[in-house]
Design a protein around this ligand. Structure first.
Ligand code: THG
Length: 727
């Protein structure tokens, strides 16, 4: 579905040339040595945004200084003109007026200069060429000063809806004043960016004026936003939110933006903008001084355009008309680098970082233990509201290899699932660096989760059991919040049991989601569902086969979509120690058929190659319904095997030497503790003089011939195919 724009002049111009934004407003106003009188009195002193009302000449002067050097886009002087920030000056009820006034001012000047080039050409040359430079106005929307995803009670005491409404109001003022685009900039908290985008969309619906949105985050010198979000995560979270340009601005000079700009240039399907400061500020007598000269500033941005395909550049704090003049001159007649069309792999994101939804090798493991219906322990902790211990379960899942975490807070004892979900999501988003899978059947719970999670979530799940009304609501939420969604193959006549029915239901839901709601096939993850094989009910004896083949059909016939499965359902009812092998074997065959994701306890996943042949045969007999007594034989086998206790399951590397442990972690892809193991191994420096090793941490001498020595012959390499984890 193509977006409809009331005014797409900015986007059209962007197709033709690199666009240059103006330079600093704040530092340029400072140079004018304005007094309290200019600001309209002591109570507004220092409120740059109020100048558009109290002394617009000052703002006009800055705008003109940049138009004169040839920039394409003016930013309105409204960076702080939202209700929350303006409250500091008691101006919270004049937000609409300030934004509209600022936008009108910039609009008038931009229009004046749009024809100016033409007139001057006529005056100064004999053969006037029509060379009109269009000038645009970007409505500047800076942060509110709140940090909705932080833990700080004061800074985060604002809801997503409140924030969205604050930005809606500002956007309405800017739209009324005639801006060409809305610019969300200098964002510190990715959740606030989502709220701001949501607010802009609301403003479009309210004014019936639909404009492009450019969203820019601010990264520190380490490449992260204030609360830790890196640029890959920002891209994954924002790209599908209905914005038109993504970029970075402020905080550093261009030199520190090189790496994130390369990442955006290579991975963003949207045009990318880059608006740096004139270097990192120096503190000179308590004043911020921006030291980067025009030449290196313009050179770096020129490189970003020609090397990384950046389409929009400009200047933030400390940049002067001289910086912008040089930039405009350097970019005259310069084309941005083009790149082959991107086929990005779909991503999920935590608040910090992004992961591919298709892990290589597959599958993406969605840890199942944070589920009040699937774990007695989690349920107890939830009822006790022991969020620290819940975080521990989550971390443990991640340590065992979970790439994302399935979260379900439905408990019959409590009516407030939404509030429990909000608290768990908030705790986990800041406590574990993996994306969240929101497992709920309730729309209100889903909405709360999406408004609390800074990351890009996967929703679990929707289906057509009660018709399509509810699925329509879920897809609308998916679209509005740029989530991905698991879709179960269930329709009005129940859970699809055969491979063909599974495909049929999947096709129908695909059509609704993609063709009617405008979701991308990559946003959909089909769950072909499986029944337990533990009942021995002949009706379900082929259900694993139908599920495996259903996955194959769905992946074949619906290009772009992914497939997931709640694997443990298969072994419900079997003795706990009999379940992991059956689950692991099922997982292997599903992955062969095209499964991308598995909801499973990662601690219980065993690589196919590590399962003894006898157990493999027993499990496959049952899975593929190869003999009538398969279930009985499977159960009997595990009755004879002593159950492994949870304690030993809890640490499969217990008792291993550091080398064995490292090897185990590498083949099982557990990155946690790998560095410590390596340090421990290489840390035993060999003292050549005495011929003994000294442990780097304890300083103790280690006998070379005890079991703790480096002895690679201890490490056996199982016979595994390349890239093998589960295959
Ligand atoms: N598809 C999708 N989502 C799902 C499922 C699915 N979500 C829920 C479930 N199925 C997957 N999650 C679990 C979680 C736990 C168990 C099974 C599936 C489980 N728990 C043990 C039990 O109940 O016996 C352990 C109980 C305990 O520790 O107290 O088996 O299919 N999309």
């Amino acid at each position: 579905m193509n977006k409809k724009y009331t005014n797409r002049r900015y986007l059209d111009a962007l197709e033709k040339k690199v666009l240059v934004f103006d330079g600093a407003m704040g530092t340029s106003l400072q140079l004018q040595n304005l007094t309290a009188e200019h600001f309209g009195g002591e109570q507004f002193n220092g409120c740059n945004d109020y100048l558009v009302i109290s002394y617009p000449e000052a703002v006009e002067k800055v705008h003109r200084s940049f138009l004169e050097v040839g920039v394409d886009v003016l930013e309105t002087d409204t960076f702080r003109s939202n209700r929350i920030t303006m409250k500091e000056y008691g101006l919270q009820d004049r937000v609409l007026e300030i934004n509209e006034t600022a936008a009108r001012l910039a609009r008038r000047l931009a229009d004046e200069y749009s024809v100016d080039t033409y007139t001057r050409t006529q005056v100064h040359t004999e053969h006037a060429t029509r060379n009109t430079q269009q000038r645009f106005v970007a409505g500047s929307i800076g942060p509110s000063g709140k940090l909705p995803s932080a833990n700080d009670p004061e800074l985060s005491n604002v809801s997503f809806d409140e924030l969205a409404d604050v930005f809606r109001e500002q956007a309405v003022g800017l739209i009324r004043g005639g801006v060409d685009l809305l610019l969300i900039e200098t964002s510190q908290d990715i959740l606030e960016v989502k709220a701001a985008i949501t607010g802009c969309h609301k403003a479009f619906d309210e004014t019936r004026v639909y404009l492009p949105i450019q969203a820019q985050v601010t990264l520190d010198t380490t490449g992260r936003m204030l609360l830790g979000t890196d640029v890959n995560a920002a891209l994954a979270i924002l790209e599908g939110m209905g914005i038109d340009v993504i970029g970075i601005n402020c905080s550093t000079g261009p030199e520190h933006m090189r790496e994130p700009i390369r990442v955006l240039g290579e991975n963003s399907t949207l045009p990318v903008s880059c608006i740096p400061n004139a270097g990192l500020p120096l503190n000179v007598d308590g004043q911020a001084v921006y030291p980067l000269e025009p030449e290196p500033f313009a050179n770096d941005l020129y490189e970003f355009v020609t090397k990384h395909g950046i389409r929009i550049v400009g200047g933030c704090c400390g940049t002067t008309p001289d910086h912008l003049r040089l930039l405009v001159d350097k970019l005259r007649n310069t084309q941005h680098a083009t790149r082959p069309p991107l086929h990005p792999t779909p991503q999920l994101a935590s608040a910090m970082s992004a992961i591919s939804m298709r892990q290589d090798p597959p599958p993406t493991l969605l840890g199942e233990r944070c589920n009040a219906q699937g774990s007695r322990k989690f349920k107890r902790l939830l009822l006790e509201e022991d969020y620290d211990s819940i975080l521990e379960i989550a971390r443990e899942q991640v340590e065992y290899g979970a790439h994302a975490l399935d979260i379900s807070c439905a408990v019959t004892e409590r009516p407030d699932e939404a509030e429990l979900m909000r608290k768990v999501v908030k705790k986990l988003e800041m406590g574990v660096d993996v994306p969240l899978v929101i497992d709920t059947t309730e729309l209100d719970v889903l909405e709360v989760a999406l408004k609390t999670a800074p990351g890009r979530c996967l929703i679990n799940s929707t289906h057509l059991e009660g018709g399509r009304a509810k699925a329509d609501k879920v897809f609308a939420l998916v679209k509005a919040h740029n989530a991905a969604v698991i879709v179960l193959t269930i329709d009005e006549s129940g859970m699809a049991k055969t491979r063909d029915r599974k495909l049929e239901v999947a096709r129908r839901i695909y059509d609704i989601a993609v063709n009617e709601h405008g979701l991308k096939p990559e946003d959909l993850v089909f769950d072909a569902l499986t029944f337990t094989l533990a009942t021995g009910d002949p009706e379900f004896a082929n259900s694993a086969i139908e599920t495996i083949e259903g996955i194959r059909l769905i992946k074949q016939h619906l290009p772009g979509v992914m497939a997931s499965l709640g694997v443990s359902n298969l072994s419900f009812g079997l003795a706990p120690h009999a379940r992991p092998v059956l689950n692991s074997i099922m997982l292997h065959h599903c992955v062969q058929a095209g499964l991308d994701m598995a909801i499973i306890n990662p601690a219980h996943v065993t690589a196919y190659a590590d399962i003894p042949a006898a157990e493999k045969d027993l499990a496959e007999d049952l899975l593929f319904n190869r003999r009538p007594d398969a279930l009985q034989r499977y159960i009997e086998y595990y009755e004879k095997v002593t159950p492994t206790t949870e304690a030993t399951l809890a640490d499969p590397t217990e008792g291993m030497t550091p080398e064995q442990r490292l090897h185990w972690k590498i083949i099982h892809r557990h990155k946690e503790g790998v560095e410590a193991d390596i340090d421990e191994i290489i840390g035993r420096e060999v003292n050549t003089y005495t011929g003994t090793q000294v442990d780097r941490y304890t300083g103790k001498q280690v006998d070379r011939y005890t079991s703790t020595q480096v002895n690679t012959s201890n490490v056996t390499t199982p016979d595994l195919p390349p890239n093998s984890y589960l295959l």
